[in-house]
Design a protein around this ligand. Sequence first.
Ligand code: PEP
Ligand code: MN
Length: 263
Amino acid sequence: MESVDFSTWLKKMELNHPLVIAGPCSAETEEQVLKIAHQLKETDATVFRAGIWKPRTRPGNFEGNGVKALPWMAKVKEETGMLTTVEVANAEHAKLALEFDIDIIWIGARTTVNPFAVQEIADALAGTDKIVLVKNPINPDLELWIGAIERLHTMGIKNLGAIHRGFSSFKKTKYRNTPQWQIPIALKQRFPTLPIINDPSHICGEREGIFDVCQTSLDLKFEGLMIETHFDPDNAWSDAKQQITPARLNEITEELKVRKGRV
Ligand code: PEP
Ligand code: MN
């Protein structure tokens, strides 16, 4: 895996550098998805994210619209030209994401911890030239993160990247998930060409700290940002406290000097 140039897909995409992925935590309704996507089209975001299968920590919360939201993502692409990305948590999700031509597939933090689940997803995606991004496991375990990436690589998936979303800890800190920057830095040292996308939303758990976490990740030469965005964050069906409006996203990327077409 060391000898592969993982950054090739990023170069080929010619979108923006750093890559900006934005969109709601959850795809709530078709109207909500399209409204956010149209607002994001006017920002530096070039990839639209939305969770349609939501593995929640505790039962009783919104667990996503599932397959019925996949055509909404297709509409986003058709109407805005943005690429699309969703989280998959099992082999069935992975097959459906391929079937509906989702551009980028990501594996969530609660799935990366489970080697059997990752292997089943890797088997379902075998040989795909879609981009697959692996979030860090919820626990600070670099080897487990690398192991998930290796399982995908072994199945012939070459367009790989990582997402750093912080690590859970029992101790209360100012972060929802502590960044523990040394871990993604160590990942970068092991695989220098592996693009790493920072997810400040799940690190912060609230809106306040997002700019600073973005800035730190860009200072550390991360290749992109994934930021949860909603036109009405306070009324979002999941992760309401940490979502920002597309207008706020614009201010942040402007201040960070992220620009479309700046490769
Ligand atoms: C998400 O991206 O909405 C999500 C559930 O993230 P994580 O897997 O990082 O908790
Ligand atoms: Mn979320």
